[in-house]
Write a protein that binds this ligand. Structure first.
Ligand code: ZN
Length: 272
């Protein structure tokens, strides 16, 4: 299980979207919550857009079977999923890339544009999110902060990682990064990410994760179009594969490179 958690502070998981933390590290979060430590799952891009929407956003809603109240539905799914882990949800008001404007138009002009590494920078948004996360760190004073490693390259995942890193640096907290799922399913793990903080997971916590994922009904059909039990076997298969190669079913890396692991001691306690 996640090592190095000291003191009685919360584990703060900074999730880009309303599903990422649960999909990626739901079992680890459930295991930490089961020890009695508060676990806060804070979703950065959980804001509700004001119509009209772009064509890619409307298409995404159709693909998910969602209507005009798409984000409200997804927020409710997240409340149920995070509660199923024994954690506390928190939703920040920033808009998903699909809903964001850029200049006179949209940031994403085609479905899939959010993976384009050439999207324009958003310095004002970056500063706003960094300030929001910094404020959260000051008020919550968590024992550990986790976010995504931005594997897959989604612009919102890259922004979450960048702003979390900037806020943690400014406020004196270490930041650990998780392997983004389902993006990493079927791929070998990225090397050189740092020291692993996670280990084997109990069957009970594995089941809690799967129960929590099941709450994201609008997303499962889009992420796993084959339907039925496909998503369950995909996550279980990935966990088994990582357990075999890494000794951990969900990968969370400390900020330090592997060579520093023994010198740094606890990777999950605040650095001040
Ligand atoms: Zn995401």
């Amino acid at each position: 299980m996640a090592d190095g958690l000291t003191g009685d502070g919360a584990l703060l998981a900074l999730s880009p979207h309303l599903d990422d933390a649960v999909l990626s590290v739901g079992a680890a979060l459930a295991a930490v919550a089961a020890t009695g430590r508060p676990v806060v799952v804070c979703t950065v891009f959980a804001g509700e857009p004001v119509p009209p929407l772009s064509e890619p956003a409307a298409r995404f809603h159709r693909d998910c079977g969602l209507g005009a109240d798409a984000v409200a539905v997804r927020q409710r799914e997240d409340l149920a999923a995070v509660a199923a882990l024994g954690a506390t949800p928190l939703h920040l008001p920033f808009l998903d890339a699909l809903y964001r404007r850029h200049g006179d138009g949209w940031l994403c002009t085609w479905l899939g544009a959010h993976f384009d590494p050439g999207l324009p920078a958003e310095p004002e948004l970056t500063a706003e999110i960094t300030a929001e996360i910094a404020g959260l760190l000051r008020s919550l004073r968590p024992a550990a902060v986790w976010t995504c490693a931005a594997i897959g390259g989604h612009v919102d995942h890259r922004l979450t990682l960048a702003t979390a890193a900037a806020a943690c640096a400014a406020e004196g907290f270490r930041l650990a990064r998780w392997e983004d799922l389902p993006y990493a399913i079927g791929r070998s793990a990225e090397s050189g990410q740092g020291r692993l903080l996670t280990g084997p997971i109990s069957a009970a916590h594995r089941e809690r994760k799967l129960a929590a994922i099941g709450e994201y009904r609008s997303q499962l059909g889009m992420l796993f179009p084959a339907g039925g039990p496909a998503w369950r076997s995909a996550f279980a298969g990935h966990a088994a594969a990582r357990l075999e190669t890494h000794g951990a079913e969900e990968l969370v890396w400390s900020a330090e490179p592997p060579a520093c692991a023994h010198a740094s001691g606890s990777g999950l306690s605040p650095s001040r």
